[in-house]
Design a protein around this ligand. Structure first.
Ligand SMILES: *[C@@H]1O[C@H](CO)[C@@H](O)[C@H](O)[C@H]1NC(C)=O
Ligand SMILES: *[C@@H]1O[C@H](CO)[C@@H](O)[C@H](O)[C@H]1NC(C)=O
Ligand SMILES: *[C@@H]1O[C@H](CO)[C@@H](O)[C@H](O)[C@H]1NC(C)=O
Ligand SMILES: *[C@@H]1O[C@H](CO)[C@@H](O)[C@H](O)[C@H]1NC(C)=O
Ligand SMILES: *[C@@H]1O[C@H](CO)[C@@H](O)[C@H](O)[C@H]1NC(C)=O
Ligand SMILES: *[C@@H]1O[C@H](CO)[C@@H](O)[C@H](O)[C@H]1NC(C)=O
Length: 869
């Protein structure tokens, strides 16, 4: 509802959710009826705007007002594109030609004019003949060259474009005619009119007679419309009501009164159930009829649907080998089956497909599906088939449900809390204010009451699973027939709500199901956000994102395809492999024998999807066996600790990342040999160092040192040398990498005999940047006075080299060895007699500079920590 000043005309946009309302106060508004917001306003003039129309192909809004001007606006830019004086009196109506660049306007000046916007809006023709105001004009949807006009001169005239005088005149109303519309259905050459004589007349414009007069409005009739889709006539009057009439029986179906004072205008839209109404106090959009198309498919691919009240059939088989693409409209040949005596709102095949039931207007007719022969009929609010093809139930009223078998009434019963809705399938479901009750079809005994307000119920073929869909979510339940049978036998576990253990909840999903069906244990559905999904074992798989609302018709295993229809009766399909569904069903039933049998029929490219499903169900071993995706297999192999498979995959993939992951797994499994290999492949020297030291493998540390230095991994190289006590190599590494100050300090700490040489190098190097600083470096051998105890240090170094280093001791001696920080080397070395002559060897090769980031000062601490650990 949009409240506003008096609305003189309404129009609906063909693609946007927009309603155009032209107001008596001079404004024109565009409302978004989905969000209920005002999107745009055009301040046209100070006088009433009685006519306005969308021209979607030009992005225009065209208005006609009491200032006699036609104005054209671009509704995107809100710019006025054009304006011209069209008539010499108020403009009453604008009609837009569906294909040509024409508009027609009618006015109180008694004229109708044709304008061509491609010829600079020139007036191509004037239609003269009415003797009073021309209130409305409509173009014949079946012949765009013809249009009709309604006038206060009490006549209706029919005109041809190209002829300035009317083709013919229809007379019969006793007062001025306000409104007119063409019937757009194929079968009847009809016009409808409404007048100040409070009557609505239906005219056959071929034999030019009035075929029906609809009486009932208590005041001037201001608007009339044949609905472009539904078999209804909508009329509005200054009595404030809108009346809905059946377009073939002319029965008054409904009277709508929204209390918004006089009704002025009505607009329906092809392909939509929306109807816009304009009143004294604003405008309203109503939805009429059912959203869902009346359509049903049997298990062989025969589709029956209702187009208005005509029943038509299409056969998927007749398409032959036409190649089908997902989501594309199928080129189906449609066969007319005859018309139905009721206006079908739903069509449903029975389970074996021999019969179809058509329901509508409180009645049902059961036909044979082949020839559409009437087999049974009656009145019913609702009709549902049982799982057994010969049985069905009807809801006769809000309290009585009747069950039929072989077209004969078997039982009539009154459910305890009434019957607001019924659901077919394995059990008979009855909805009441108190929730849902399931009954046994055989004896109408209560099986179970569930506190839920279902919208739809879908049973799987086996009757073991059922989906109960509500307005917010859906539940998957398992029906435990054994327990039900046991309880019925011994009467245990039976309460006033039925058998407690009848159902077991398997899952709840926060999605709104529009339509659904089961294939095995997989529940396929369309959701409120237009997704085509299926649910299996707690998992949701999306098959497709749909671009509009679609309704599931069925699944044909032979085609591996799922079929859906839309409101316009287009049929599309999506591929869904039956082998995959069967496999998943077998897995859900833990029937791996069956699963293994089905597996070979699943194409290779689908295997990984199936494997992911297995993994999510917790069957990783099986998933590993099934998956064809190396990434997925590697992940699974890691999770399962399958080192051999993971190793093979890592070899094939040649990826450092995989080697690292595998190394981690190998370490966790104490497979140090493998871990070492992996770390090598991954070039993970840090990892190798940790592994080598932590496992106390001296050989490995040695090898690592060489490799690391070769590969320029200087940090690791330094560390490994140092750990092995290879101080000379440490020093050389520092020198080679131009870490001369560090080298000097290392020498000063561990290799005093080398200090002189290093300081010399350091000085030379420093001199290049700072001569003065270089000169201030003192060589201990030249300034013995500055370095007391240097001689003793040389001796200690010699002592350590000969007596200690190189003699590695087993790790088990660790507790017996005095910690380095507790030793006093100088004391130990006292009285030690050197055996050989101490001449250290040094290479003179210059190495390229690279970084050694470790500060030598921290080495003590680090080595110490490593040993302790
Ligand atoms: C006419 O009425 C509408 C809504 O009732 C309002 O938004 C608009 O501003 C009015 N226009 C004029 C010209 O008063
Ligand atoms: C009226 O229209 C019909 C076709 O719709 C045409 O055959 C006939 O000649 C026309 N009559 C006049 C008087 O224009
Ligand atoms: C005109 O045609 C309608 C059917 O559209 C028919 O019911 C009516 O009797 C016909 N009238 C005359 C006068 O032929
Ligand atoms: C009905 O139309 C007549 C003109 O034909 C007008 O005088 C009268 O006021 C209208 N009725 C109402 C209730 O507005
Ligand atoms: C069905 O057919 C019977 C007899 O063949 C007939 O009396 C009845 O009117 C038909 N009913 C409907 C609703 O088609
Ligand atoms: C130590 O590492 C070497 C390879 O670097 C390996 O061959 C040897 O088996 C390892 N020793 C132990 C005890 O793991």
């Amino acid at each position: 509802i949009a409240r506003s000043d008096r609305v003189k005309s309404v129009d609906l946009h063909p693609t946007e959710p927009w309603m155009l309302a032209s107001l008596y106060n001079g404004s024109v508004c565009v409302w978004n009826h989905e969000t209920q917001t005002l999107v745009k306003t055009f301040e046209v003039c100070d006088l009433p705007v009685r006519a306005s129309k969308f021209v979607a192909r030009k992005n225009w809004v065209i208005t006609g007002a009491d200032d006699m001007q036609i104005r054209v606006f671009n509704y995107n830019t809100l710019e006025r594109v054009h304006m011209f004086e069209a008539h010499s009196d108020y403009i009453r109506c604008i009609a837009v030609h569906p294909t040509q660049p024409y508009i027609l306007t009618s006015s109180d000046d008694m004229l109708i004019k044709l304008w061509d916007w491609e010829k600079k809006w020139s007036c191509s023709q004037v239609f003269e003949g009415h003797t009073h105001y021309v209130m409305q004009i409509v173009i014949n949807p079946k012949d765009n060259n013809q249009f009709a006009s309604a006038s206060l001169d009490r006549t209706i005239k029919v005109w041809q474009l190209g002829s300035s005088s009317p083709n013919f005149t229809l007379e019969g109303h006793e007062k001025g005619v306000n409104c007119i519309d063409y019937y757009s259905g194929g079968d009847k050459p009809y016009l409808i009119s409404g007048a100040d004589d409070r009557q609505v007349k239906i005219w056959d414009y071929q034999n030019k007679t009035c075929v029906q007069t609809l009486e009932g409005h208590a005041q001037n009739v201001s608007c009339v419309s044949f609905h472009p889709e539904l078999p209804i006539i909508i009329t509005g009057s200054e009595d404030g009501t809108v009346r809905i009439w059946h377009s073939s029986t002319y029965r008054l179906e409904s009277t709508l009164n929204y209390g918004m004072e006089r009704v002025w205008c009505v607009c329906g839209l092809r392909g939509s159930n929306n109807v816009a109404l304009g009143y004294d106090e604003g405008s309203i959009i109503i939805k009429v009829g059912r959203e869902e198309p009346a359509m049903s498919m049997d298990t062989n691919g025969k589709i029956i649907w209702a187009k208005h009240s005509e029943i038509q059939q299409a056969n998927l088989k007749a398409m032959g080998d036409t190649e089908i693409k997902d989501g594309e409209r199928l080129p189906l040949a449609v066969k007319d089956m005859g018309s139905c005596e009721i206006y079908p709102q739903t069509i449903q095949h029975n389970p074996n497909g021999r019969f179809v039931v058509v329901c509508g207007d409180g009645e049902y007719i059961i036909y044979t599906a082949m020839a559409l022969r009437n087999k049974s009929f009656g009145s019913a609010q609702e009709f549902v088939w049982a799982h057994d093809s010969s049985e069905y139930a009807i809801r006769e009223s809000n309290s009585v449900v009747k069950i039929f078998k072989n077209f004969k009434e078997k039982k009539s019963f009154k459910p305890d809390f009434g019957a607001e809705g019924i659901y077919g399938g394995f059990l008979l479901g009855v909805r009441s204010v108190n929730g849902l009750a399931f009954y046994d079809w055989e004896n109408t005994e209560l099986i179970r009451r569930i506190e839920i307000q279902p919208k739809h119920i879908f049973w799987s073929d086996s009757g073991e699973l059922v989906c109960i869909a509500t307005e917010e979510s859906f539940f998957i339940l398992r029906y435990l027939a054994d327990k039900v049978a046991a309880s019925q036998e011994n009467n245990e576990g039976v309460t006033e709500d039925g058998i407690e253990d009848a159902f077991e909840v398997q899952g709840e999903i926060q999605e709104i199901v529009k339509t659904g069906l089961w294939v095995g244990d997989c529940f396929i559905y369309t959701s409120s956000v237009n997704r085509l999904n299926y649910y299996v074992g707690g998992e949701i798989v999306t098959i497709a994102h749909l671009d509009r609302t679609m309704y599931l018709l069925g699944y044909i295993p032979k085609d591996d395809r799922l079929y859906l229809g839309d409101k316009e009766l287009n049929i599309v399909s999506y591929s869904l492999l039956v082998s995959v569904l069967e496999y998943q069903t077998a897995v859900m039933r833990r029937d791996f024998g069956m699963a293994d049998k089905v597996l070979p029929t699943i194409p290779k490219e689908q295997r990984t999807r199936v494997a992911h499903f297995l993994e999510k169900q917790g069957f990783k071993q099986q998933a590993l066996a099934v998956s064809t995706d190396p990434e997925h297999r590697f992940e699974l192999a890691l999770q399962l600790g399958e080192l051999k498979i993971a190793y093979q995959l890592a070899v094939e993939a040649e990826s450092e990342q995989k080697w690292k992951q595998l190394a981690e797994l190998a370490i966790s499994k104490c497979q140090f040999g493998l871990a070492q290999e992996c770390l090598h492949h991954a070039q993970d020297y840090g990892g190798l160092l940790l592994l080598a030291t932590a496992s106390g493998n001296a050989t490995m540390v040695g090898k690592l040192a060489e490799g690391a230095e070769r590969d320029g991994k200087n940090n690791v190289a330094f560390m490994t040398y140092f750990l092995q006590g290879k101080l000379d190599q440490c020093l050389e590494l520092l020198i080679r990498t131009n870490r001369l100050p560090e080298a000097a300090f290392l020498a000063r700490t561990y290799l005093p005999s080398q200090v002189s040489r290093v300081v010399k190098l350091w000085r030379e190097n420093l001199a290049k940047v700072n001569q003065k600083a270089a000169e201030s470096l003192a060589d201990p051998t030249e300034y013995e006075n500055l370095f007391p105890g240097l001689k003793e240090a040389f001796a200690a170094e010699h002592y350590l080299r000969e007596a200690c280093l190189g003699s590695s001791r087993p790790a088990k001696d660790y507790p017996l060895v005095t910690a380095n920080e507790d030793r006093n080397i100088l004391e130990e070395a006292q009285g030690y007699e050197p055996k050989g002559t101490f001449i250290p060897q040094f290479s003179k090769v210059q190495y390229p500079t690279s970084s050694v980031n470790l500060a030598v000062f921290f080495l003590h601490l680090q080595v110490f920590t490593l040993c302790k650990n």
